[in-house]
Design a protein around this ligand. Structure first.
Ligand code: G3I
Length: 304
């Protein structure tokens, strides 16, 4: 096929992008979104600070705009993210103990209920493991409510929206290392004890310092072997030209080689939409033209 989404669909997968609600009125941006993608993730609009700015008072306007656009173009929605140590509203940042645990669980329940039936996959918990070699949980106010906070969040999400696939999502877990081993052990434990988890998201923010790991596909496969779907959730790759194009092609082929890798999301449309302050990590240039990286990703989706 001739677009990313349609080509992915022919492979039984989706190809999505992060979307910012305030850019939907930009015709270049919207034109590419509507044409190319069959899944969307709200870049910031479904996060805790955006959806519950005041405790118990929920605000869904921007996120609803993104969901409405997804519906109008026939795209799936990845929900991002219910429980995370970053982008918490001010009122939650200094909470602790039972009060914070209950506030988090209420947040999960309220937001998952609001979007019930409209979300393909939810990032229920984001970035809960520490970087480096410890294999430990990341220290955070949520972690300090007790080690079972992650499973409690997943159970609350399942109850609120039984049809949504529930994912754990993280970065620097793309290859086999201490951090991904720790996530692997958690998923294995959840499956053994019946904690509801359906998918693992691999953010895949790549650059010269941390390029595509040589065992990327093997790592996706070992998680899939645990009985979860795997998804590339925030793909962007620093660089330009042929090297960048080859890396995008490799990332797409790694997913296609894993039966349970059911979708890929890039973290923005044009280079100028990227969260990265400088650089050119995405598939379209600042004017919305297709880059070599786009062609490589499309060709890979079409079996090239
Ligand atoms: O909305 C305010 C605006 O009112 C204000 O004027 C402006 C001034 O700084 O800030 C705006 O908020 C910014 C927001 O993006 C919306 O643009 C925040 O400062 C900024 O911190 C926020 O950055 C987001 C970042 O997550 C926050 O952690 C990025 O857009 C978003 O791409 C990024 O996404 C994360 C994923 O959620 C999780 N994985 C890593 C990924 C990249 O960091």
């Amino acid at each position: 096929a001739t677009t990313l989404g349609a080509s992915a669909a022919e492979q039984g997968r989706y190809f999505g992008t992060a979307v910012a609600a305030y850019k939907l009125s930009d015709s270049t941006y919207s034109g590419i979104l509507n044409r190319e993608f069959n899944s969307v993730t709200a870049e910031n609009e479904m996060k805790w600070d955006a959806t519950e700015p005041t405790q118990g008072s929920f605000s869904y306007g921007s996120a609803d705009q993104i969901v409405a656009r997804a519906k109008s173009i026939g795209a799936k929605v990845r929900g991002h993210a219910l429980a995370w140590h970053q982008q918490q509203p001010g009122w939650a940042q200094n909470m602790s103990g039972t009060a914070l645990r209950n506030a988090m669980l209420n947040h999960v329940t309220q937001v998952a209920t609001h979007y019930k039936g409209q979300i393909d996959s939810w990032d229920v918990v984001n970035e809960a493991f520490a970087d480096g070699s410890s294999g430990a949980r990341r220290d955070s106010n949520l972690q300090r409510t007790g080690n079972d906070w992650i499973e409690a969040a997943f159970r609350a999400a399942r109850t609120a929206d039984p049809a949504a696939k529930l994912c754990y999502n993280d970065y620097n877990t793309d290859g086999q290392n201490a951090k991904s081993n720790a996530v692997f052990a958690m998923v294995q434990d959840f499956k053994a004890r019946g904690v509801p988890i359906d998918c693992v998201g691999f953010q895949s923010h790549f650059n010269a310092q941390s390029p595509l790991p040589s065992d990327y596909q093997a790592n996706l496969q070992r998680f899939a072997n645990l009985g979860v779907d795997v998804q590339i959730t925030e793909l962007d790759i620093e660089g330009s030209g042929t090297a960048q194009a080859n890396a995008y092609g490799s990332a797409v082929r790694a997913c296609l080689a894993v039966t349970r890798c059911n979708g890929i999301t890039v973290w923005g449309i044009r280079d100028s939409d990227s969260w990265r302050a400088s650089g050119t990590p995405l598939l379209f240039d600042n004017s919305g033209n297709k880059k070599a990286a786009y062609t490589a990703a499309l060709d890979a989706l079409n079996g090239g």
